[in-house]
Design a protein around this ligand. Structure first.
Ligand SMILES: Cc1cc2nc3c(=O)[nH]c(=O)nc-3n(C[C@H](O)[C@H](O)[C@H](O)COP(=O)(O)OP(=O)(O)OC[C@H]3O[C@@H](n4cnc5c(N)ncnc54)[C@H](O)[C@@H]3O)c2cc1C
Length: 511
């Protein structure tokens, strides 16, 4: 690590961040490290948003960040965490085994095991589909080239626009796959990561498919002991640099004077002033907290009208000791290959036809797993009839509905692992309503705004707003998840620090 260069743009400036999820905390840590006095206000008791974990009967469960990428030496998250001085604090298990993912197509009883690493991943695909060798190689080259086009994802300096992006960049991802390979099972297989980004046929741009697939192909990792540790480490950077992270503190309104935000008021009546305000929550929620006419009508309308990604149904299983093996890979269950695109659409009407499951690692992980997490994409429409209910008071109909989905998932697991129900101590579940209410996100959208190929401009919201001291960050201003939100944090922080300042600093400080 080299010594950091001081940036006077934010030195001793008070910055107030609304929302203590990955976006708010990452942006706050980057600014705090560069001299800003950062205060984060988080509405929940526990910080972290999607990094949040909950504990029941002595076991902790991750709510929204199960697998991560970029943490191997040289990776973007590795460099960013090193720059912030938190890498040593993070306990990660890198999936290095024979294979990192298993994909099971139930209808034709086909199972695929795919290892990490570009070369091994390619070889494994070719071994399953030898007749498609040329197409597989072309497809892998294409996705790695597409993700290489995004400078910040590779921590390279950016210019204003992507110069001459190839036609493949924004073409729908399913078309990109079909351009290279023709076997229908192989086409479906190449889309197995769809549950990690809500991949939709004829909609999801190829570059999103490329960024997420290359991230996980290059190497996936899991947090040992839960994703909350990343939130805690980022909060410490803020606190150690003179800032604070306060929770529970729900911001209910922002006040303005002369086209500048002057304060944020929380539900307990406290008023917080600052030089700059950064919203790390859903932009539609922010818009509802602003004074009338703060934003132009067209902007507010757009924040509310951009379609959101889907939501999810999660099942958390507390396992009996010594009952179920620890699985050092991630598992994807897909009822049939036609369901791989737009999984939320098929996970409806009481049935779940595609889901991902994994056993999170414990400290000193042994042969057996202590927990199993299952998550499936789900449309908010499934719970719309209870949308006006609140946590704990949703009524019997909702509880029956929820139990139905839980049983459906357990039946599938029982089929995969006979005797599975007997291995369970407790189960807990979360629906799109739980997600909506915990994260305060519109319709429980788990990945923020939906990106639609052919209309990228509509869903693109810049970090800067027309209000000079109000910025946005988090998953809604770019890509979601571990690969997107930290990059969006750089973009937001560089609005204040100067374009490319952080990228230069990270590359200079971290070898
Ligand atoms: C079930 C599920 C599984 C996922 N799996 C993965 C995965 O395996 N890998 C991956 O990379 N990504 C995954 N994701 C996505 C990832 O969790 C998110 O992209 C990421 O956490 C979003 O970060 P964020 O800071 O933008 O938003 P959030 O995490 O939603 O943070 C926003 C924060 O703002 C707070 N807030 C809201 N309103 C207010 C207010 N008025 N005042 C104060 N605070 C407020 C919220 O409580 C929340 O803490 C998953 C998400 C879900 C839900």
């Amino acid at each position: 690590m080299g010594n950091a260069v001081e940036n006077s743009a934010v030195k001793d400036k008070n910055i107030l961040i609304i929302g203590g999820g990955l976006g708010g905390l990452f942006t706050g840590a980057l600014l705090a490290k560069n001299g800003a006095i950062v205060r984060v206000l988080e509405k929940n008791v526990i910080i972290g948003g999607g990094l949040q974990c909950f504990s029941r009967n002595g076991k902790s469960f991750e709510t929204g960040m199960h697998i991560v990428g970029g943490f191997r030496p040289g990776g973007t998250l590795y460099k960013l965490s090193s720059y912030l001085g938190i890498l040593d604090r993070l306990q990660l298990e890198h999936l290095e085994g024979e294979y990192a993912d298993t994909i099971f197509f139930a209808d034709n009883n086909l199972s695929f095991r795919l290892p990490s690493g570009r070369e091994n991943f390619t070889k494994a695909l070719i071994s399953y589909f030898p007749d498609e060798e040329e197409g597989i190689k072309g497809y892998i080259d294409a996705i790695f080239s597409l993700s290489d086009l995004l400078p910040l994802y590779n921590l390279r300096e950016r210019c204003d626009y992507l110069i001459n992006p190839p036609e493949e960049f924004v073409m729908p991802a399913d078309m990109l796959i079909a351009r290279y390979v023709s076997d229908p099972t192989l086409r479906a297989l190449l889309a197995y990561h769809n549950s990690l980004y809500d991949g939709v046929k004829e909609e999801t741009p190829a570059f999103i498919h490329a960024v997420i697939n290359t991230l996980y192909i290059t190497g996936q990792s899991r947090f040992i002991g839960g994703s909350l540790q990343l939130a805690s480490a980022l909060a410490e950077v803020i606190i150690n640099n003179g800032g604070e992270v306060l929770s529970p503190k729900e911001v209910i309104s922002l006040e303005m004077l002369d086209n500048r935000v002057i304060s944020a008021t929380t539900g307990d009546g406290k008023v917080y002033t600052a030089d700059y305000f950064i919203s790390a929550i859903h932009p539609a929620t922010l818009s509802s907290m602003m004074p009338p006419h703060a934003f132009k009508k067209s902007y507010s309308r757009r924040l509310n009208e951009i379609p959101n990604s889907c939501s999810a149904f999660s099942l958390y299983i507390d396992l009996k000791p010594g009952a179920f093996p620890y699985l050092p890979h991630t598992n994807y269950y897909i009822e049939n290959e036609n369901l791989v695109w737009q999984q939320e659409k098929y996970n409806r009407g009481g049935e779940i036809k595609a889901f991902m499951y994994m056993t999170p690692p414990d400290q000193h992980q042994g042969e057996y797993a202590s927990r199993l997490l299952v998550y499936s994409l789900m449309s908010f429409d499934e719970v719309r009839e209870w949308e006006n209910s609140s946590l704990g008071n949703r009524g019997e109909g909702y509880e029956v509905w929820k139990k139905g989905y839980k049983d459906y998932l357990l039946d599938k697991l029982e089929h995969l692992y006979p005797g599975f129900r007997n291995m369970i101590l407790h189960t807990y579940s979360a629906s799109p309503l739980t997600i909506r209410d915990y994260y305060n996100t519109k319709e429980g959208a788990i990945f923020g705004y939906r990106k639609v190929s052919g209309n990228m401009a509509f869903s693109h919201i810049p970090a800067a707003t027309k209000i000079p001291n109000l910025l946005l960050t988090g998953q809604n201003i770019g890509l979601h998840g571990i690969c997107g939100v930290p990059i969006n944090a750089i973009i937001t922080a560089e609005e204040l620090l100067g374009k490319n300042f952080l990228v230069r600093e990270i590359n200079r400080c971290v070898r």
